[in-house]
Design a protein around this ligand. Sequence first.
Ligand SMILES: [Zn+2]
Length: 414
Amino acid sequence: MRASDNRRIDGRRLWDGLMAMAEIGATPKGGVRRLALSDVDRRGRARFREWCEAAGLAVRVDAMGNMFARREGRDPARLPVLFGSHLDSQPSGGKFDGALGVLAGLEVIRTLNEMGLVTEAPLELVNWTDEEGSRFGHSLMGSGVWAGVYAPAATEALVDAEGVSVSAALDAIGARGPEPAAAFPADAYFELHIEQGPILEREGCAIGIVTGGQAQIWYDAVATGQESHAGTTPPEARRDALLCAARVIELVDRMMRARGEHGRGTVGELHVSPNSRNVIPGEVRFSVEFRHPDEAEVTRIAAQFPREAGFVARDCGVALELRELFRIPAQPFDAECIALVRQAAMRLGYSSREIVSGAGHDAVYVARRVPAAMIFTPCKDGLSHNEAESIAPHEAEAGCQVLFEAVLARANRR
Ligand SMILES: [Zn+2]
């Protein structure tokens, strides 16, 4: 029997930590507003550092403000096992998105301290800078630069709505550290996060074993018809750009549903011109995005969608211009790391299922450099990016216990 077999993390202490962090940037409706690199973020970081140092961790910070809090292992030759998430939030975000993974990581450390257990490999608890992207328009910023997905200089030049650059914001709150913002060798990365969707709750599962992130394809679309008088233009003379957009939206939905449970297709943004009730719309600009865990499906969509959208536009007498913005490849997580999460959930007797991450997460970029896996916990009504985002203490505890077991198993593996 291993020393860890009887050891439980302290669910109460984890919950108290979550509630204490949620006071920083607390909103009247019970949520959190802790925008990346804001003064509120500075306070969150300071409290995190305080807690880490009190737990005996040595905190390093890189040039993007990513924080790494290290606990030495027994074997100096071993690479560190990383785990964590992010402390920034949406403008009207919840208490748990990101914070759960960071605070659960701290609870893992505190539990090991109490056990007096030194792992073979060193451990590093991570707080990634600006996961949400709501201030500078660029999600997964810190982990993206770290993983080499984004160029540091271009990222630092991004500005918020007030014209403040990432670079200036890093300096303004003293978040810039001396370490280069670049991947370093690590043994693994684990991230606990709320699901932000309804699947685990619907199926009564305590733990989601996340197998990877989905492939995505994004388009900008412009439908150009002809503005004309709503009252005088007969049906055959109409070239209605909004009708075309509406039919393309219907096409996106149809293509999504044809792919069953894993299909995703969304038109979330629409700009109608001239947007007047008695003018037939002459131009509509809109967004289109598709996602699927299987990259081959996204490749098929990339071939099918422009062609079928073209037929729709022709039937409407409208010109449709489609610009593919980018494709993000599917990112499968590491089989061994996934297995550790699965084994932990099984050993602890938690109901679990495999799940693909619908949202982007730091782990998806980190996985390009380091073997990675994620653990999801259910959240109430699948709600997130919302002040009403909610989880139960026992759900946080279960996720943290699985994180503890997975990290310990990896750090002590032969
Ligand atoms: Zn998050």
